[in-house]
Design a protein around this ligand. Structure first.
Ligand SMILES: C[S@@+](CC[C@H](N)C(=O)[O-])C[C@H]1O[C@@H](n2cnc3c(N)ncnc32)[C@H](O)[C@@H]1O
Length: 202
């Protein structure tokens, strides 16, 4: 699995999840990084309670908390995480405006060299928001065209080995830019441009 192998390259200590639902990614991250503390925020109390039951049953170093991003992020991190986040998953409301606000809140409680993973960036048309975030916060990033939902990662620096791994899940920057320009010039659907042109051929 794409995310599971991150443990070969990074060792976060404090993980923050924005958008927990019923805890799939919260539990997955807690299992992948057993030495980290993982905290998730979601306004859905039912999902939070269910997640905390699973966390207790499995003895994981994690906790889900009822709250909303961006307004509750700072308090939850202060009270539950025990220090700045060095890895985050942003997976709540899937609009460019919401991820921009979520990211600003998360960035303000993160370490300088944190990694920020975004879910559903291609599927939910958030490439524009992701690129604006990178520019505004002076970060580098990659959009993973070869993941199921089109995830993306923002970061200040990564090791060459991690970069090589991540590049297995995306296109080269040149091809990506060319496709983006092509879509802009032809009013083409940018998501369709990343589909396999042979997928519908017999
Ligand atoms: C796509 S789901 C998250 C999926 C989850 N990461 C998983 O692994 O299953 C989006 C979640 O964001 C939550 N949400 C909506 N508004 C939110 C907000 N302002 N802050 C945090 N979470 C929010 C919803 O309740 C929903 O559970």
């Amino acid at each position: 699995m794409f995310l599971e192998q991150f443990a070969d390259f990074i060792s976060p200590q404090r993980i923050l999840v924005i958008g927990n639902a019923f805890g799939w990614s919260t539990l997955a991250l807690a299992l992948m990084f057993p030495n980290a503390k993982t905290v998730a925020i979601d306004p859905n109390a039912h999902g939070v309670n269910f997640t905390n039951e699973l966390i207790t049953k499995n003895g994981l170093a994690a906790r889900a908390v009822v709250g909303r991003s961006p307004e509750d992020v700072a308090v939850v991190v202060r009270d539950q995480l025990g220090g700045p986040a060095d890895f985050s998953l942003i997976d709540a409301i899937h609009t460019n405006e919401a991820v921009t606000a979520d990211f600003a809140a998360v960035r303000s409680v993160a370490t300088d060299h944190a990694h920020f993973l975004f879910h559903d960036v291609i599927n939910w048309n958030m490439i524009g928001g992701f690129k604006s975030i990178l520019a505004k916060h002076s970060l580098k990033g990659k959009v993973f065209t070869r993941t199921a939902s089109g995830m993306a990662l923002a970061y200040r620096n990564i090791t060459p080995a991690f970069e090589n791994y991540l590049d297995c899940f995306t296109e080269s920057a040149g091809l990506f830019s060319a496709l983006s320009l092509y879509c802009l010039a032809t009013f083409a659907d940018p998501i369709a441009a990343f589909r396999d042109p042979n997928q519908n051929k017999q």
